[in-house]
Structures are given as structure tokens and as C-alpha cells.
Design a protein around this ligand. Structure first.
Ligand SMILES: NC(=O)C1=CN([C@@H]2O[C@H](COP(=O)(O)OP(=O)(O)OC[C@H]3O[C@@H](n4cnc5c(N)ncnc54)[C@H](OP(=O)(O)O)[C@@H]3O)[C@@H](O)[C@H]2O)C=CC1
Ligand SMILES: O=C(O)CCC(=O)C(=O)O
Length: 418
């Protein structure tokens, strides 16, 4: 995946006529630590789990990014996610570089005590790699507030820092910020709402399909539904439900909490089960991938019907499929813009921890709204002015800021054309 992600970088470097030195610096991660975590299982046996943390690039500040627990986590995935974080933080204009971490584990197979030991073992292994001015962790797939609280507690014990600033996404009672739980979804929602007029989208008429019903997918569904969008399909790892008359996200979540999954939840009309693959191909106005990478590839891109794709997951569309969809006229609001609301509010948690002054919900939301609207407008303007896709525009926007920070350190001027 990293090879393919570099392709976006190369294109943005070409667009901006950036000096080759910048590409040379950004094409590889600065450092990645790979470890094996050994934990004691409840039955007394020991089990090994591969784990990584990557600091991709720190030109704009300490590296920042979540930690993922998933059986498909690999070195390539973590380095690619850290590459995307580098650009995401620049697009959001945060004083951060990009990082990411993960453990190759199916956390659903662990008991709560095993999961706690694994979370604490991760921090033990990476405690000297991370730090409030070096690398700051946060939640990602299958690392919720409880996992983050164990991690923060372990870091506090190891470092003697009662309030760990090297980990964001903490519970509010442990130094977290208001507004982080739904920040990623809210950021994407603000971006979409900002573009409504330009995209000729009418919430009262528009239909939405959402893949993934976790933190991001659920809150996205809730926010869009509250504004009148008709949520016609949602999915989780077990499958999808489709109801052309619409689904109520709160009722679907209620069902998931009681039954362990969304299958069987009822909407306003005749609800039926479909597969995750079918969900992606539904005839709807907005498709929101909010689960894993590489869900839309050349194998299914010609069957995608949604006019607008709001990429809330990281990397849900492969570069080849992205090119095909763009050529076919689909508008893709790219991940490094659409899902940057999470890290934007993580930044606020870090700021509040450092200052010791805590913001209220309206201040956090106002800040998120201003950031998302400003950066969405900037990317949209570049997309129109340069006649490039929104993804290329987002990379150009982020790359300008990263290249500026390289140049500001006194190295040679990198923009040959300006
Ligand atoms: N959390 C955050 O702040 C941010 C997250 N993101 C990205 O958003 C995406 C989702 O993250 P998040 O919501 O936090 O993760 P969660 O762990 O909260 O939820 C993941 C959801 O995806 C579902 N899922 C897992 N595998 C599949 C599959 N093969 N097909 C369909 N659905 C599947 C899960 O199903 P089940 O419930 O059955 O397990 C679950 O509903 C990821 O790409 C993540 O990197 C990006 C920016 C920030
Ligand atoms: O909140 C953060 O710091 C990072 C979130 C994240 O991992 C992501 O945006 O992909």
C-alpha cells in the first residue's frame, strides 16, 4: 500500500514542481519500531502478538496518529496509515507530523483481562518511542475509550506523569476533551454540509449508504439522519441491512448493543439483509466507507453508483479505482480531508492537557467547524482552480505546508516555480 500512497505524493510533487529532495524525504518513513508482545492468557498460556509504531515524518511537529487492533495489521499497513496521517495533519493545519501504530490481533477473541494486558504491554513496549513532544497516540479501529484508558494509565505508571499528554482520546475524567467521541464523524459531516450547494445535494432528497457502524460510521449516520438525509443502508463486519424507506441509526445501534450486530435491525419499510459488497454498489447519492482500506478496487469500481463518496475510513479506495471513479465523474471527498476531524479534536485535547484549561463543548465544536470548513473550502478551490480531483487537491494543499516547513528550517528553496 505504501508504494501506491507514494504515487499520490509523486503526483502532488509534480503538480507543484516541488524540489525532488522533498519527495526523497517524504517517500520513506523516518522510523518504525516493530516488537513482539508476549502476554499471559487467562488459561495460563503465553501468546505472542506482532506490534508496530511508525513515526513517518515530523517536520511539522511531533508525530500523531491512532493505534489499531486488527488481525490484518501489518508493517506496510501501519507505515501507509502513518504516511496518510502526515498529510492529514498538514491538511488540517495542525502542528503535527504523522504516525500510526497497531497490533495484529482479533481483539474480539480476547477476554477483557487479556485485552487489558495487551493494551498495557503495547505501552510498555513503546513507552520510550512515544512522548508528548515526540509521538502522540490516539484511538483507531478496535481501540475504544477503555483501551485508551488502560494505555494512558500504563503510560502514567511508567513515566510518573499523572496526566499523559502522549495519548489522546482519553476519557474525560482522565484528561480527555469533550467532543472527541464523535469528532471524526462530525468533521466529515461538516465537510459534506459545506459542499452541499457546490455538489447540488439536497439533504431532504439525498440517500446515504454507510459501510461500518463503529465510532465513525454510527456517528456519521446519526448526524446525517438528524439533518434529513435518508440512511438507506448500514453495515458491520457481519453484513449489511438495506431499507429504501430509511433506517433510524439510534434504533440500529440499540439493536446492535442487544444483539451484537446490526443484522436483524428493522427500518421504516421492508428491511433486507445484503452483503457489504452489495452495500457499496447501491444506487444512492452518498456512499460513506467507514470501515477498512481497499474496499473499492478495480474489481468493483465500475459498479459503484453513488455520485459522491465521503471517505471516512482511511484508504477505502485503491489508487487505480480512484482514477477510474474520478474519470467516470464521481466526486470523492478524500480521507485526508474528510476524516481529519478526529485528529483536529485530538489536537485540542493535547492543547488542553498542556494548558490545564478545559474547553466547553460549544468551543470545541466551533473550532472543529471553522477548521473543517476552512480546509474543505481550500481543497475545493484548488480542485476547481487547478482542474484536479479533490484527492489531488488535498495532497497539493498538505504538501505545500509540509514543503514550507522544510524550507523554513533554512534549507534551500524548494519551490522551483515560485
Ligand atoms: N476513530 C477515529 O477517530 C478515526 C477513525 N478513522 C478510520 O475510520 C474507520 C473506522 O474506524 P472506527 O469507526 O474508529 O472503528 P471501530 O472499531 O469503532 O468500528 C469499525 C466498524 O467497522 C466494521 N467492520 C469491520 N470490518 C468490516 C468489514 N470487513 N466490512 C464492513 N464493516 C466492517 C466493524 O464491525 P463490527 O462492529 O461488527 O466489529 C465496526 O462497525 C477506520 O478506517 C479508521 O482508520 C479515521 C480517522 C479517525
Ligand atoms: O486522533 C488522532 O490523533 C488520530 C486519529 C487517526 O488515527 C486517524 O485520523 O486516522
Amino acid at each position: 500500500m505504501l508504494d501506491k500512497a507514494r504515487e499520490n505524493l509523486r503526483l502532488a510533487c509534480e503538480q507543484l514542481k516541488i524540489h525532488p529532495d522533498v519527495f526523497e524525504e517524504l517517500k520513506s518513513p523516518r522510523e518504525t519500531l516493530a516488537v513482539t508482545l508476549l502476554i499471559r492468557m487467562d488459561n495460563g498460556s503465553r501468546r505472542a502478538f506482532k506490534a508496530w509504531r511508525c513515526r513517518y515524518n515530523d517536520r511539522r511537529g511531533p508525530t500523531k496518529g491512532g493505534v489499531r487492533f486488527h488481525p490484518n495489521v501489518s508493517l506496510d499497513e501501519i507505515e501507509t496509515l502513518a504516511f496518510w496521517m502526515t498529510f492529514k495533519c498538514a491538511v488540517a493545519n495542525l502542528p503535527f507530523g504523522g504516525g500510526k501504530g497497531g497490533v495484529c490481533v482479533n481483539s474480539k477473541e480476547l477476554s477483557p483481562t487479556e485485552l487489558e494486558r495487551l493494551s498495557r504491554a503495547y505501552i510498555e513496549a513503546f513507552s520510550s518511542f512515544i512522548g508528548p513532544d515526540r509521538d502522540i497516540m490516539a484511538p483507531d479501529m478496535y481501540t475504544n475509550g477503555i483501551v485508551i484508558a488502560w494505555m494512558a494509565d500504563e503510560y502514567a505508571a511508567i513515566t510518573g506523569e499523572p496526566l499523559p499528554m502522549a495519548i489522546t482520546g482519553k476519557p474525560i475524567a482522565f484528561g480527555g476533551t469533550v467532543g472527541r467521541t464523535d469528532a471524526t464523524a462530525r468533521g466529515g459531516y461538516i465537510a459534506l454540509r459545506h459542499l452541499e450547494a457546490s455538489l447540488n445535494l439536497d439533504p431532504a432528497k439525498a440517500t446515504v449508504a454507510i459501510q461500518g457502524f463503529g465510532n465513525v460510521g454510527y456517528h456519521c449516520a446519526k448526524l446525517l439522519h438528524a439533518d434529513g438525509y435518508r440512511i438507506v443502508a448500514v453495515s458491520d463486519s457481519r453484513g449489511a441491512i438495506y431499507d429504501p424507506d430509511g433506517l433510524d441509526p439510534l434504533a440500529v445501534m440499540e439493536h446492535k448493543l442487544h444483539n451484537g450486530g446490526i443484522l436483524g435491525a428493522k427500518g421504516h419499510g421492508e428491511t433486507r439483509e445484503i452483503s457489504n459488497a452489495e452495500l457499496l454498489e447501491l444506487d444512492c447519492d452518498v456512499l460513506v466507507p467507514a470501515a477498512l482500506e481497499r474496499q473499492i478496487t478495480l474489481a468493483n469500481s465500475d459498479r459503484i453508483k453513488a455520485r459522491i463518496i465521503l471517505e471516512m475510513a482511511n484508504g477505502p479506495i485503491t489508487p487505480e479505482a480512484d482514477a477510474a471513479l474520478t474519470a467516470a465523474g464521481h466526486i470523492i471527498v478524500p480521507d485526508i480531508l474528510a476524516n481529519s476531524g478526529g485528529v483536529t479534536v485530538s489536537h485540542l485535547e493535547w492543547v488542553q492537557n498542556r494548558s490545564g484549561f478545559y474547553w466547553d463543548n460549544s468551543r470545541v465544536r466551533d473550532h472543529l467547524k471553522t477548521t473543517m470548513s476552512t480546509e474543505t473550502q481550500a481543497v475545493w478551490a484548488l480542485h476547481n482552480d487547478m482542474d484536479i480531483s479533490m484527492r489531488e487537491a488535498a495532497y497539493v494543499h498538505g504538501l505545500r505546508r509540509i514543503a514550507d516547513s522544510v524550507e523554513a528550517r533554512g534549507t534551500q528553496a524548494y519551490f522551483s516555480g515560485t
